[in-house]
Design a protein around this ligand. Sequence first.
Ligand code: RM4
Ligand code: MN
Ligand code: MN
Length: 424
Amino acid sequence: MQIEKYKIEEHNQGLLKEHRRRYDFAAAGLADAEGLLGKLVEFQVAIPSWALGTGGTRFGRFSGGGEPRSLEEKIGDVGLLHALNGSSGAISLHIPWDIPKQASSIRALAAQYGLKFDAMNSNTFQDQPGQKLSYKFGSLQHVRKEVRKQAIDHNIEVIRYGEELGSKSLTVWLSDGSCFPGQLNFRQAFQNTLEGLKEIYAALPADWKMFVEYKAFEPNFYSTTVGDWGQSLLYASKLGPKAYTLVDLGHHLPNANIEQIVALLLMEGKLGGFHFNDSKYGDDDLTVGSIKPYQLFLIFNELVDGMDARAMNHATDLGWMIDASHNVKDPLEDLLQSVEAIMLTYAQALLVDRKRLVAAQQGNDVVAAQELLQGAFRTDVRALVAEARLRAGGALDPLGLYRAGKVREHLIKERGAGTVATGL
Ligand code: RM4
Ligand code: MN
Ligand code: MN
């Protein structure tokens, strides 16, 4: 299904008066409202193809119905999101969950919705039907060369699919590691993995990036072969200039200072991309900003500061992706909430008075520094983000329109109540 332009306009008309009142108030306090709006309009967050269906845990999965049955329908879903919020202009695919059988028509379909293909993701954490060798004991780290080769070949195949679609990056997340002490020779596992990554790196087109994603635990619970940002950075540094670290917010040990990690990776020019989600305990994959919004703000504060220090383009120089799973919500509603949370937080980070922050830091004025950050965090920027959405052709209240337009009901009618999307 599609949401027609006139429906969005009608919806906006009804809300416009109140919106203007709020926007004028919010913009009056800003030195450069237009500059801020321009940045917000440009900023796009990629939607993961694997998060368009209902997620689950190892205990169960409760589908909400109307899930996309094909890559075409997944693209349709992201198209809906983008029509509503104007900030979801890309999709990140996972192979083999989303093999594009006819790349040219998939590309054309995405273009119709104004979507680009963000990072391609490989999968050597599951065995696939018909696959010769098993990844039970890892993929690139594996003690057997044939298994490593199979994993390398798969990643190269993913690059080829991505090239056909116009993607420009490959995200490698490995579940490799060990569950028990003694199971693995750490150095050997690292070396094997590095060798494999080198072969994949060699197959990257000139204008591509490779993102090495780390994760502290799960599914392996004693060691992970790309377990933290240090290890990821080590691989990325040894690989070369096209390799970067990817930060997934849910992949750290509890209480890790993610904003500091981000700051240092940016300083080194080695931060490549981001997987947004939120968590209370581990890789919970909850809605962005739902549990620790201040932490998200502190991370965005470092992102803006670090990117500006290197004169980077906020919108295009890093890969911005959501990586979440929705067990009890409608996935599309959850994704609308996540994108909104990202936009709000980005806007707040743009509001930080950096000159005054530097002065506070130089003067060891701890109180003033805290006031500055919390002042930005406590600013209500909802009307600013709504204005950016309006200018991008989106809806003033995406979630409201999604519900009023009975989008899920339509999708269930179209696709059926029992459909199950490929993915998590
Ligand atoms: C992993 C990791 C990867 C994602 C898979 C599905 O935990 O976050 O980024 O591709 O899940
Ligand atoms: Mn991830
Ligand atoms: Mn994850």
